[in-house]
Design a protein around this ligand. Structure first.
Ligand SMILES: [Zn+2]
Ligand SMILES: [Zn+2]
Length: 154
């Protein structure tokens, strides 16, 4: 089974060992990818654990889970890697039959020898995603949105 993070690798050779706690992320990008896969698989404790102390603040697993409820993640695209500790990405998701794009440059730090998500800068095109007419669905199925992800998701 291909990994949720769109790496074209098998899940078991990509994000799964990180989510299972079998190995730490080898770099900021690997952590970013694993956090995306954690959102897809509702692994909210992993999301919480992989925040930096400061980034986590008073956030709770219940709050992360509440955010994730009714959200269907469709696709992750790594846009650029500006530095060892930064990853720019786009993630598309469906919520209440609408498509959204999250476009963020995340920054990561090492705490106790492990990469952690620290903070993110949100880009201006984040928000409701309006597919162009006849644009193929972002999930990569080759179908149009209306016949694909928009018709499936609540
Ligand atoms: Zn992965
Ligand atoms: Zn689709």
């Amino acid at each position: 089974m291909l990994c949720y993070c769109n790496s074209s690798k098998d899940f078991s050779a990509c994000c799964q060992p990180l989510l299972a706690g079998h190995k730490p992320a080898s770099c900021a990008e690997a952590l970013m990818r694993s956090r995306y896969s954690a959102y897809v698989t509702n692994a909210y404790s992993y999301i919480l654990q992989t925040y930096s102390i400061q980034g986590r603040g008073s956030l709770t697993e219940a709050a992360v889970a509440a955010d994730g409820k009714n959200t269907t993640w469709i696709r992750l695209q790594i846009v650029s890697i500006p530095s060892d500790s930064q990853v720019e990405f786009k993630a598309w998701y469906a919520h209440n039959r609408h498509l959204f794009l999250m476009h963020e440059t995340s920054s990561f730090i090492i705490e106790n020898g492990e990469w952690k998500y620290h903070a993110g800068i949100i880009h201006a095109d984040t928000g409701t995603y309006k597919p162009r007419r006849n644009e193929q669905c972002i999930c990569g199925s080759g179908k149009k949105y209306k016949q694909c992800c928009l018709s499936q998701y609540k």
